[in-house]
Design a protein around this ligand. Sequence first.
Ligand code: CS2
Ligand code: MG
Length: 400
Amino acid sequence: MKIVDAKVIVCSPGRNFVTLKIVTEDGIYGLGDATLNGRELAVASYLSDHVIPLLIGRDARRIEDIWQYLYKGAYWRRGPVTMSAISAVDTALWDIKGKALNAPVYQLLGGASRDGVLVYGHASGQDIEEAVKAVSDYVRLGYKAIRAQSGIPGLPSTYGVGRGKMYYEPAEKDAPLENVWNSELYLNFVPQLFERLRKEFGPDLHLLHDAHHRLTPIEAARLGKELEPYHLFWLEDPVPAELQESFRLIRQHTTTPLAVGEVFNSIYDCQQLIQEQLIDYIRTTVVHAGGISHLRKIAGLAELYLVRTGSHGATDLSPVYMAAALHFDLSVHNIQEYMRHTEETDRVFPHAYSFSEGMMHPGDAPGLGVDIEETLASKYPYRRAYLPINRKLDGTMHNW
Ligand code: CS2
Ligand code: MG
């Protein structure tokens, strides 16, 4: 089954997406998400200029060999651009294999290990009462797990507070938005948010929170400890995680479960975190961490250490990603982030996956069960956009 063609489709139905399409001599094609928010064209070029010429003529069935060829053959290993490109190839080849065998990809991964995938949504508000209202909206939609973020009194803006009611889109056209940050205001406020949420919704609703890389280890330890009475499902990205051992300090002080990894792009980024059980959920994705093939290896390592997966799933990961993620998710024990895309995006990327009562299923279409309407996609040309940047009150550059 030779690869005879491949192309990169960059479109922007409300936000930028990069999609790889690989075509075989049998006319079967597969899709892979290659979107790297804020640096989309770097991955598009990596694929078009360096990878696609090497794919033509290869056997599309040899997924692992092509993965190793692109990983070891690049010489310059790892990193978000390289691994997003490899992820897209891997995912597209799994799509092709499923279509060729007339089977949904999850059946090729050992079949369903459960009936559906628990997902969580993003509720946010400018203040506590707006956040409470947003959480109740998600409860009404049937979500059993909800991430809650709120504006911070004293700060003009902060991470995770959407500009609309149901969709949170951080990317800004043309230039990065400048956010302002103060850890002390944040640390003094967040426990009040979850005290209020527990009072409103009781003890059983899974509540999550994303600190978005902004604290120091001791600050994260304090926050984790102060959130213990509200038993969060997880506290996400408490600190920037380049220094994996920094989680030892957080772990010593709190039983609040920790999640990290949406910015990781290989098993090496999380090996220590998993092997020392410094985290409870690993958030790596099939779009940024080497595709389905590599994510299975991460999940296998994590399982040994009782670490579960909880893959990232924001709106800047396309429906092609979400379809692949759900096939992977059905075969392992985890939770999946699910930020619903806009109707505009869903029209460009028709898909078989569905949501019901807080759970999702990838559907049983052969392959991934997702497509791209290329003519419609061409009506949404790429427009440069950036993630915000973050400065402390005194102007010091911080983590967004
Ligand atoms: C966030 C994302 O969903 C999350 O957990 O961390 O919104 C993240 O900020 C964006 O995906 C970055 O592009
Ligand atoms: Mg996050």
